[in-house]
Design a protein around this ligand. Structure first.
Ligand code: ATP
Length: 324
């Protein structure tokens, strides 16, 4: 094994050991707010609450049984949109749907129900992270049980983003050993990329996100030059106030609705080393990186799950499953 390979493995091992001795509690800020939505709330109202509070997901609470009832995410709104498109005659009912009907909507449009795995906040972070990656969830609720009443409490939700940031900020001594380029370790997706044009309809892009089970689609021009990235969360402002017709609008129009402080997209190149990717994650709000060449041509996409899977599972026998 070359010294660079050895160092890389040493760095990976260091991060894994760190994740085994830290818990999900450690990732949470000292003080934070948590907005939990009652499962009886109208879907339409839940959307306004997310927008008002500037959040893109929330845990659901079944107040009849005093139980955690899953997570509301932009995928649920995308499902409602799909439902509306498949059953346009149901538009009046769509307005009346409550969050508790989300599972029925999934069944009606025949999408796979995402298993809502949760984890106890006191368990090792490694466990939370590997459960999240195996279930293909992008966030995992931390559910505790009250010793006295035996009732569940949702403590918080942790995301891939938060975990990767936590790793980047706290394990620089290990991540700085990862000197291999993303090309050398084949990190990210480079073939069969889902892309769109500024003039495509939002609805078409949503369809391709659902079919491919991805949450971002690079926007390119006719020369394959990257202009932007359309993200699943960009759907939320499009349908506020129940304006499902707005989905016929173009990607360009939808992107124009982004808040003024939208941080922009992040890019990298195939010859960038993993340590420099971690540096970007440490310094910025990165949710994915678009891989480009010197002239901004699209080469690939590097998602947070690609990085986390490599960091947790690469080299572990039978464990690494990069492109599932
Ligand atoms: P998130 O981006 O919400 O944090 P994630 O990290 O799981 O979630 P996804 O965008 O769902 O990222 O990506 C899942 C897999 O699909 C990854 O292996 C990623 O490289 C690949 N992928 C992401 N976007 C595209 C795309 N537009 N075309 C092809 N493959 C993609």
């Amino acid at each position: 094994m070359s010294p660079i390979d050895e160092e890389q493995l040493q760095g990976l091992q260091g991060v894994r050991d760190f994740l085994r001795i830290r818990t999900s509690y450690d990732v949470l800020p000292l003080s934070f707010r948590l907005i939990v939505l009652d499962n009886d709330l109208l879907i339409r109202k839940s959307l306004s609450i997310l927008i008002q509070n500037n959040i893109v997901s929330a845990p659901l609470w079944d107040s009849h049984n005093g139980r955690f009832a899953g997570l509301l995410t932009s995928t649920d709104f995308i499902n409602v949109i799909q439902y509306y498109n498949q059953f346009p005659e149901q538009i009046d009912n769509v307005e009346k749907f409550r969050l508790s009907s989300l599972r029925d909507i999934e069944k009606a449009i025949n999408v796979q129900t995402l298993e809502t795995v949760s984890v106890h906040p006191g368990r090792p972070l490694y466990e939370a992270c590997s459960r999240m990656l195996r279930s293909r969830a992008r966030r995992i609720p931390l559910v505790d049980v009250d010793d006295e009443t035996g009732r569940e409490t949702v403590v918080s939700v942790i995301t891939q983003y938060r975990i990767l940031k936590f790793i980047a900020v706290n394990t620089e001594q290990h991540t700085s050993l990862m000197k291999k380029t993303i090309r050398e370790i084949n990190l990210g997706t480079y073939t069969d990329l889902a892309t769109c044009k500024m003039t495509d309809s939002v609805l078409d892009v949503i369809n391709s996100m659902v079919v491919r089970n991805i949450s971002a689609v690079p926007v390119i021009d006719k020369n394959n030059v990257v202009l932007n990235v359309f993200e699943a969360v960009d759907v939320i402002p499009c349908i506020k106030g129940g304006a499902y017709e707005e989905l016929k609008s173009t990607v360009g129009e939808a992107l124009a609705q982004r808040p003024e402080d939208f941080p922009g997209i992040y890019t990298c190149q195939e010859d960038d080393r993993l340590d420099s990717i971690f540096q970007t994650v440490r310094q910025s709000r990165v949710h994915r990186l678009v891989v480009i060449d010197d002239d901004w041509h699209l080469k690939g996409i590097l998602s947070l799950s690609d990085i986390l899977k490599y960091v947790l599972f690469y080299g572990e026998e039978g464990e690494y499953f990069p492109h599932t």
